[in-house]
Design a binder for this molecule. Structure first.
Ligand code: FAD
Length: 522
C-alpha cells in the first residue's frame, strides 16, 4: 500500500493550490482526480471545431491573479508556462435598446464616463471603490482569511478600537445592503446601475440578496484595478502549470481515479479507498467535494449525526448554463466600443437581472435570461485560427430542476433534456443575434451545456450549481458549509474539507486550498 503525508481528493483550483504549497514544504502529496483531465472547472477543449480552444467552464482569472495563492506561487507557475492576457476594457453592459457602457481599468476615465451619464455618478463610483480600497486589509481578511482564528479576533478588536463598537456595527450594517439598495440609492444613471447589477450573479447572489451590494463594490474595485484576465492558451494551461510545479516539488498527480471512501480508524482519517478497491494510506486527507458527497458517500459508514443533519439542510444555488461559439470572423457589434471588452453583459438593469434570477430560483427557464458574453480571442489570439473568433457565454440563471418556462414557449419536464437545452440555447442566441451584424452567417458551430451537463462533467457541481452551494449569507463566511463549521476542520481528525463549498467559497482564488496549506505549516 502506498503511503503519503497528504492525499487530496479532487483537483480543482483549491486542491492544486494546496498540493503545490504543501509539496513545496517537503510534504509527500498525492492528488486524485476522478475525471480524465485535471483541474475541475478549469478545462480547455476543442469542443466545437479543431483549432478552436474553448474554456468549457471557468475563464476569468481575476480572483486568482489578486489572491495570496498567486502571490506565493505565481512566479513558479509562470516558469511552468502560466501567462495572463489582459484588456483595458474588462467589462461592459449592453442593454436591449443597444445603449452600452464600458468599464476601463482607468479610474479617471470611469469617473468621467459615469459623470457624463449623470452628474455625480462618477464621483460616487470613485467613493465606492475608494471605500473598498480604504477598508481592504479588514474587508479582504473577512472575505478570504481563516475566520476562526486569533488573527481575525485581533483584527475585529482593532476595528472596534478604531471605529468604536457602534462604528463597527454600523460598518457591518452597511455591508449587508442588497445590490438593489446600493445601486438605487447611489447612482442616478440606469446605465451605471445596469453595469453592476449582473455582476452580483457571479458571486452566487442576486440584486435582492443581503450583502450583494458589498460584493458588487468589491467586484467593481477588482475589475477596475486588475481587469478580467484570461490564461494564454486557456484555463487548461493553468492546470498544466500547476501539475508541472507539483511534480517538480515531488508531488504525485493521478487522473481517472475515483475516491469512493475515506478510511477512518479510531476517529482519525488515515487514507482513502478508490472505486477500483485500491487503498492509499496518508497522514492527512483533504476532500475538495460538496458536503453531500463527503458525508453521504465518502464517510457513509461513520456515525456523524450533526454533520449528516447539516448536510440534509445544506442548499445548492441556481444552475448555470454555458454556450460556446466558433465564429468565422470576429463579431461586429452593432453598438460601438465593445470590440475589446472581455465580458459583456446583455441586460437591461436591476429589474431584468432580478427577474431572471428569481425565475431560475423558482425552477423556471427565464423569459429573458441575463447573459454574459466573453470574447477570449480578443485577449488571446492563440485560441482560434487567424481571423476566426470564439465566444464564451455564461447564463448564471438556470433552474436545477425545471418546473416550467417563464415565457410559456418551451415544453419542459423536470429534467434537462437535449431538446430543452437546445431550445433554451435558441432563446439566448436570439438575444445575442440582435446585437451582432449578420450573426447567423458567422456561426460555424455552437455547443451548449445545461446544468445537468455541467454536473455530469464535475460531480461537485450538484444540479449544475457552479458555486458549490448557495452563497446566501446563512451559508457563507463562518457558516460555510455549516452553521457550526470551524475553518476547514471536520469531525474526523486529520480530515480537512476544502473547495467551493467551504470558506471563502467559490471562484478561482484558491482560498480554501491556500488556508489549508497555511494551517498545515506551508
Ligand atoms: C461554468 C462555470 C464557469 C465559471 N466561471 C468562473 C470564472 O470565470 N472565474 C471564476 O473565478 N470562477 C468561475 N467559476 C467558479 C469556479 O470555477 C469554481 O468555484 C472553482 O473552480 C471551484 O474549485 P474547487 O477547488 O472547489 O474544485 P472544482 O473545480 O469543483 O473541482 C473539483 C474536482 O474534484 C473532483 N472530484 C470530486 N469528487 C471526487 C472523488 N470522489 N474522487 C476524485 N475526484 C473527485 C471533480 O471531478 C472535480 O474535478 C465558474 C464555475 C462554473 C461551473
Amino acid at each position: 500500500m502506498a503511503r503519503f503525508d497528504h492525499v487530496i481528493v479532487g483537483s480543482g483550483i483549491n486542491a492544486l493550490v494546496a498540493a503545490a504549497m504543501l509539496s513545496g514544504k517537503g510534504q509527500k502529496v498525492l492528488v486524485l482526480e476522478r475525471a480524465g483531465t485535471l483541474g475541475g472547472c478549469m478545462r480547455t477543449e476543442e469542443i466545437t471545431l479543431l483549432g478552436f480552444r474553448h474554456d468549457v467552464m471557468a475563464a476569468t482569472f481575476v480572483l486568482f491573479l489578486t489572491s495570496p495563492a498567486h502571490a506565493e506561487l505565481g512566479a513558479d507557475l509562470a516558469r511552468h508556462g502560466l501567462e495572463f492576457c489582459h484588456t483595458p476594457d474588462p467589462t461592459a453592459v449592453l442593454r436591449p435598446d443597444g445603449s452600452s457602457l464600458v468599464l476601463k481599468t482607468d479610474r479617471a476615465a470611469n469617473v468621467a464616463a459615469f459623470n457624463a451619464l449623470a452628474a455625480g455618478d462618477g464621483d460616487r463610483h470613485a467613493s465606492d471603490v475608494g471605500s473598498i480600497e480604504a477598508d481592504a486589509p479588514f474587508l479582504f481578511a473577512l472575505l478570504g482569511g481563516s475566520l476562526w482564528s486569533w488573527s481575525t479576533l485581533k483584527l475585529m478588536a482593532g476595528q472596534a478600537w478604531k471605529q468604536g463598537l457602534r462604528g463597527l456595527a454600523a460598518w457591518m450594517g452597511r455591508a449587508l445592503v442588497p445590490a438593489r439598495g446600493w445601486l438605487e440609492t447611489t447612482y442616478a444613471s440606469p446605465m451605471v446601475q445596469a453595469l453592476w447589477a449582473p455582476w452580483v450573479l457571479h458571486t452566487g447572489l442576486t440584486p435582492e440578496s443581503t450583502y450583494s451590494g458589498q460584493m458588487g463594490k468589491v467586484i467593481a474595485f477588482a475589475l477596475e484595478a486588475a481587469g478580467a484576465p484570461v490564461v494564454k492558451g486557456g484555463s487548461g494551461q493553468a492546470t498544466g502549470a500547476f501539475k508541472a510545479l507539483i511534480e517538480e516539488r515531488g508531488g504525485v498527480v493521478r487522473t481517472g481515479v475515483d475516491v469512493d471512501r475515506i478510511i477512518v480508524e479510531g476517529g482519525k482519517a488515515c487514507g482513502v479507498q478508490t472505486s477500483d478497491g485500491e487503498r492509499i494510506e496518508a497522514s492527512h486527507v483533504s476532500a475538495s467535494v460538496a458536503p453531500g458527497q463527503l458525508y453521504e458517500r465518502l464517510l457513509r459508514d461513520e456515525d456523524l449525526p450533526a454533520e449528516k443533519a447539516a448536510t440534509d439542510s445544506f442548499r445548492h444555488g441556481r444552475g448555470d448554463f454555458q454556450l460556446h461559439y466558433a465564429l468565422d470572423r470576429a463579431p461586429e457589434w452593432l453598438s460601438p466600443g465593445l470590440d475589446q471588452v472581455a465580458l459583456i453583459h446583455l441586460a437591461d438593469g436591476i429589474d431584468s437581472v432580478s427577474k431572471s434570477a428569481n425565475e431560475a430560483e423558482r425552477g423556471m427557464l427565464p423569459e429573458t435570461p441575463t447573459i454574459c458574453v466573453g470574447q477570449p480571442h480578443r485577449l488571446d489570439a492563440t485560441r482560434c485560427p487567424d481571423g476566426k473568433a470564439i465566444l464564451w457565454l455564461q447564463i448564471p440563471d438556470a433552474p436545477r430542476v425545471i418546473k416550467g418556462d417563464a415565457a410559456g414557449q418551451i415544453e419542459t419536464g423536470p429534467e434537462w433534456t437535449e431538446a430543452t437545452r437546445e431550445a433554451f440555447a435558441d432563446r439566448i442566441e436570439a438575444i445575442l443575434a440582435r446585437h451582432i451584424k449578420d450573426f447567423d452567417k458567422l456561426v460555424l458551430k455552437r455547443r451548449a451545456y445545461s446544468p445537468a451537463d455541467l454536473a455530469a462533467m464535475n460531480i461537485n457541481l450538484v444540479g449544475g450549481d457552479p458555486y458549490g452551494g448557495a452563497c446566501s449569507i446563512d451559508q457563507f463566511f463562518i457558516w460555510r458549509p455549516f452553521s457550526h463549521s470551524v475553518n476547514g476542520d471536520t469531525a474526523i481528525r486529520n480530515l480537512h474539507h476544502i473547495g467551493a463549498s467551504t470558506h471563502p467559497g467559490p471562484g478561482l482564488g484558491g482560498g480554501s486550498g491556500y488556508l489549508l496549506a497555511k494551517r498545515m505549516g506551508a
